[in-house]
Design a protein around this ligand. Sequence first.
Ligand code: URA
Length: 224
Amino acid sequence: MSNVGKIAYLQAMDIPVWINKTTQEKDIPPEKATSITDLDWETLADRVRHCQQCGLSQSRKQTVFGTGNLQAELMIIGEAPGAEEDRQGLPFVGRAGQLLTNMLNAIGLDREQVYIANILKCRPPGNRDPQPAEVIACNDYLNRQIALVQPRLILSLGGISAKNLLQTDQPVGRLRGRVHQHLATRTDLMVTYHPAYLLRRPEEKSKTWKDLQQIISHLANRSI
Ligand code: URA
């Protein structure tokens, strides 16, 4: 991990870091000195495209930044790119993505109306679970995306997304059905099953259908 990555990791763990000014200046190129919280869409996307904060930068084909309506009311956050997403550079374009598109269509939304992103911007090899240091390295990018979109509601897909957005170990079955708050941005957040899980367990689709109904009524109530 680069020094910048190590520092981000230590700071996120609340471990005090003393940064040697000479090292800091040497390690952070001038174009990266701007804090992520100040970046606009273009510079944020560019920062992600060139990111080398963790080892996934070595194995990815390309980064998967996010896509959709930059002023969406609903922001959907999955786990991490899979093989097809890594190939195309777009989130949720494989089999799970097709199901997500169908789920959205079923509640009268299309992909262009929402914003879709992931906890990680790079594919973990073999689709393994994201590691804590990888999540930490990507966290500021996602928080900035949420701050820029300012959605009314975040829909967190699956256990890994919910665990990292809500800092909880509770399973999706316990988290779905109510409104939470994304701590970092104070955005309302609901949880449902990941479409990849629904492909394996189609009998759970009816629960997700209920969750989608709640999402629509939450958005409708909030906009009155
Ligand atoms: N699964 C995810 O969580 N995200 C994607 O982009 C694709 C599959």
